[in-house]
Design a protein. Structure first.
Length: 143
């Protein structure tokens, strides 16, 4: 058995700020609670994936905060950008971490394919909320 923790729409922003320009949720509190629940020791988690909207506005300093928090995850972790993200800024922040940005992740006998239809890798124009589309994680057993 393989156990994966999935986090989505973390919307990391300025410390103490709410997501969506102040009209959304407390991103710090949401992360703290989600992290505590996932890694309380109740489950033996093999890997984590963070899908879609790591940052609230795609700002480089938001990715610094995001990757500092995600770096606390005690298992191998992979991320996928969403429509609030800028792929280039996200990848630059991830470069100095052990957190993956790969489009494929193999955990045990499972293959995860990260499909991002927001645009090509490296697309940094018109991404934040201008054309939200499907972000998908597909998993298939490897044979």
């Amino acid at each position: 058995m393989v156990t994966i923790a999935q986090f989505s729409d973390t919307h990391f922003a300025e410390t103490g700020h709410r997501s969506h320009g102040g009209s959304g949720y407390d991103t710090d509190l949401a992360w703290e609670r989600g992290f505590a629940q996932a890694f309380s020791g109740a489950l033996a988690i093999d890997s984590a994936v963070v899908t879609s909207d790591l940052a609230d506005h795609g700002e480089p300093h938001e990715y610094v905060r995001a990757f500092a928090a995600l770096g606390e995850i005690p298992v191998p972790t992979n991320v996928l950008a969403g429509n609030h993200d800028f792929d280039q800024s996200l990848r630059e922040a991830a470069a100095d971490t052990d957190i993956g940005t790969d489009r494929e992740l193999v955990v045990g006998a499972w293959q995860f394919l990260f499909v991002d239809s927001n645009g090509d890798v490296g697309d940094t124009t018109g991404r934040i909320e201008s054309d939200p589309q499907l972000v998908t994680v597909c998993l298939t057993p490897r044979t």
